[in-house]
Ligand binder design. Sequence first.
Ligand SMILES: [Zn+2]
Length: 417
Amino acid sequence: MQIKTLFNYAIKFKGFIVEDIKLDRSRNELVVQIQPRKGSKPKCSGCESSGSVYDHLKERRFILPPMWGIKVILIYKMRRVDCRDCGKVLVEQVPWSIGKSPVTKEFATLLANWTRKMSWKDAAYFFNVSWDIVASSVIWAVEWGLAHRSLEDITAIGVDEIQYRGGHKYLTLVYQIDKHCRRLIWIGKEHKKKTLQAFCDFMGPDRCKKIEFVCSDMWKPYIAVIAERLSQAVHVLDRFHIVANLNKAVDQTRRDEAARLKKEGKPAYLKKSRWLFLKKKKNLRGKSRTRLRELLDMNLRVVKAYLFKEDFDHLWTYNHPNWAGRFIDAWTRDVMRHRSLPELKKFARTIRDHKELILNYFRAKKKFSSGIVEGFNNKAKLTIRKSYGFRSDKIREIALYHTLGNLPLPLTTHRFF
Ligand SMILES: [Zn+2]
C-alpha cells in the first residue's frame, strides 16, 4: 500500500488533493505536498464566498498529528482571492488552518484534548513542539468552544472569587451548578459590583430571568447586584464560604493569642497548632488528637473560639429553616457575650446580618451544597497555580475555560487511538 493511500484514507480536505509525499530522513519529517483540485475555486477568508485566484503566496508549512514518531508536515502555497463581495484581495480560507498559526485543526484538536489531562508544558514536551504552538491550539479550541456552547436552560449558578498574583488580584468566576450541567460559564476581572453587573449584561435579561438559584459568599458587592439584577432567584449563601470565614476567624484568634503569649513571655503552647484547630475533631488521629485534648484543657481564647466552631457545625444538620434560624440566633447570642473573641464576634455579626440568605440554603433543601463550588474553587486554584508560563490575563482565562468550562471541542469525530 502506498503512503498516499493511507494519508487519503485518514485525512480528507475537500477541494484539495495530495500531490506528493516524501520522507525527509534528516529532519525526521513526512512532507505532504497539497494542491487545489483542478477547477476548484479558492474561498475568501473574509466572507467565505468563492472567488477567482489573484496570485499564489510562498509555501507555508502546517503541522499535522505525528505518525509513528515521525513529524507530519503539510506544504501548501496559499492562493489569494480577488473577492468581489469584500472588494479587495484576501488570502484564501483552507479547511485545515487556524488563522496565522502553523498548526492544523487536526493537530490543534489533539493538543487541546491532551492539555485537559496534562500541563501545557508537558504537552509541548511530549509532542515535540513549542509552548506557543500548544497555547495557540488551546486558544483556538477554547474560542471555538465558547462560540459553540449553549447558554440556555441555566437555572442555578454559583458566584465565586479567586485570588492570584499572591493575593493582589481577583477574578470573579461564575459557574453553572445545575444537576444536569456543572461548568465554568463566565470570568470577570476583579470582584466589584460592576464585575457581576457585566455578567448580567453578558447573559441578557431573558437568560437572567431563568436563573432560580444563586450561590455566593457574603461579599457585599455580589449581594447587592444579585438583589438588583437577579431578584427573582433564591439567593443561597454558600456553606463552603461560611465555613471558610469561620475558620479564618478561629485562625486569627489563634495568631493574636500566640503573639500575646509571646509578648507576656509565656511558653509557646500554640506552636504548630494551626491545623489542630482548623480540622474537624473527628478527623484527627493519634498524636494530634492527644495534643488537641491537652490544649483544650487550657484556659485559652482560641480554645473557646474552637469550641464555638465545632458547635456551629450542628447548623448543617437541620432540615427545617425555622430550626436552623433558632440555632443561628442562639449561637450568635452566645458568641456576642465574649468580649475576648473580637474576630469571632465579627463573624457572628455577619451571620446575623445575613441570616435570611443563609436560611435560603435550607429552603433550597440543601440542593446546592458546598461541594460543588468548593470543588470548582480547588480546580480553579490548581489551574492558576500550574499556570507557569501563562504570562497574560488572556491566557489565564483561556486555561480556566479549558479545564473547567466543559466546552465542546472541535472535530470531535476525529479520534486519535
Ligand atoms: Zn470576501
